[in-house]
Design a protein around this ligand. Structure first.
Ligand SMILES: [Zn+2]
Length: 397
């Protein structure tokens, strides 16, 4: 593909992680389901999530514990489920964007299995790992099936009076459109993170920008930060952080094959590379090789299934520099980081491909979990990550 296409396609492909989802600018290109607003029934809503977690906790006979980690801006409890008693920590979150629901179903399946199976593999996982799962972070957005949370700038100023004179944060959505953000505004929570886990919002850091740090002004980002800090205090490090998302409809570069899921271990410019000097303070923490090994563990687990669909995996845009994302901030704190980007927003596919997409996320996550539990992930050659195909917006390029 030529250079112009590379730039165009990387812009489009970054839509889910990067862009404001106005119609047009984040248009993921043609697709059989494009524009349809199919039923999202069959995915899990907040009420059912509570019931399912309670059930899983009960049948696990103490192996899975469920707590409320914090509260959304609208006062809904944010669930946190934990399983395992090992000293390696794996933190996984889903639905920081409330219309990206596949990961939530996959996480419940995994909790159910880890909580009830007596297999030797599961026993090893529980002995080696402490797995902490936030299956639906942005509950308010999820209830509206939209990307942003539900919060007005005035509420931020009420919580942080030092921001009274500044322009609202750049990731504040208050425009008219399909989600009626003008009537019911909110923030892209996945730009509200900062590698300084003790950061306090300061007027000079607003309105900020896509390539700058976030501020922990949303209760949802604060909740994840607090979970992360607590784990760090208890275990010394959060070894692995995984964030589950959805994207547009890219192709595997150079082919006509639709991507089932894109993955990545790269969210900020490497502090140890040219251009990464601004992250100097985090250079010793950052472990890109481990992030690449984790991505390979998931990639290999899916390739081993040998069926197209599961094997149509590509790398997400590798040129992003987004330190305000959870992945960017936690990578700078020393976590091995993995992004899952299932193709299609939930409302594009509805239930049509739900089974396969959920299984794709589940298989990939178990590849990571098993690889960290048995130590095999550390044996993988990180350079092999560079052989995973890139994504393209256009078939054949
Ligand atoms: Zn997303």
């Amino acid at each position: 593909m030529n250079k112009v296409w590379k730039i165009l396609s990387s812009t489009a492909l970054a839509a889910s992680l990067l862009a404001v989802p106005t119609m047009g600018s984040a248009d993921p290109g043609p697709s059989p389901q494009q524009g349809e607003n199919l039923s999202i029934k069959g995915f899990i809503d907040y009420e059912e999530l509570g019931k399912r977690l309670e059930q899983i906790q009960h049948t696990s006979q103490g192996k899975v514990t469920v707590e409320t980690a914090g509260y959304t801006n609208q006062g809904r409890g944010i669930y946190k489920a934990s399983v395992g008693h090992g000293d390696k920590v794996v933190l996984v979150q889903s639905e920081i964007h409330g219309n990206e629901k596949t990961g939530t179903v996959a996480l419940l399946n995994i909790l159910q299995n880890l909580g009830s199976s007596n297999s030797p593999e599961v026993k090893r996982v529980l002995d080696e790992l402490t797995i902490v799962v936030i299956p639906m972070l942005n509950v308010d957005g999820s209830e509206l099936s939209r990307r942003a949370n539900e919060m007005e700038w005035a509420e931020v100023v009420a919580a942080f009076p030092q921001l009274a004179e500044v322009s609202p944060a750049w990731n504040y959505y208050s425009y008219p459109g399909i989600w009626n953000y003008d009537q019911n505004p909110g923030f892209d929570v996945n730009r509200d993170f900062n590698p300084d886990l003790d950061y306090v919002p300061q007027a000079e850091d607003f309105p900020g920008a896509s390539n700058a740090y976030g501020w922990y002004i949303t209760p949802e980002a604060q909740t994840v930060r607090d979970v992360y800090k607590d784990l760090k205090a208890e275990f010394g490090n959060v070894d692995v952080f995984v964030d589950l998302h959805h994207q547009g409809f890219p192709y595997i570069e150079g082919t006509d094959d639709r991507v089932t899921m894109s993955i990545s271990g790269k969210f900020v410019t490497d502090p140890n590379s040219p251009g990464g000097e601004k992250y100097d303070a985090y250079a010793d923490n950052y472990d890109y090789n481990f992030s690449r090994q984790l991505n390979l563990a998931l990639y290999d687990a899916l390739q081993a299934k040998g069926e197209s669909g599961f094997t149509d995996i590509s790398l997400y845009d590798q040129n992003i520099d987004l330190p305000g994302t959870a992945l960017g901030s936690f990578a700078l704190n020393g976590s091995g980081t993995v992004l899952f980007e299932v193709s299609g927003q939930t409302q594009n596919f509805g239930q049509k491909k739900k089974g396969q997409l959920v299984k794709t996320v589940e298989t990939g996550l178990m590849g990571i979990i098993n690889g960290v539990a048995d130590g095999s992930v550390n044996e993988l050659d990180p350079e092999r990550y560079e052989d995973i195909p890139l994504s393209s917006r256009t078939p054949g390029f």
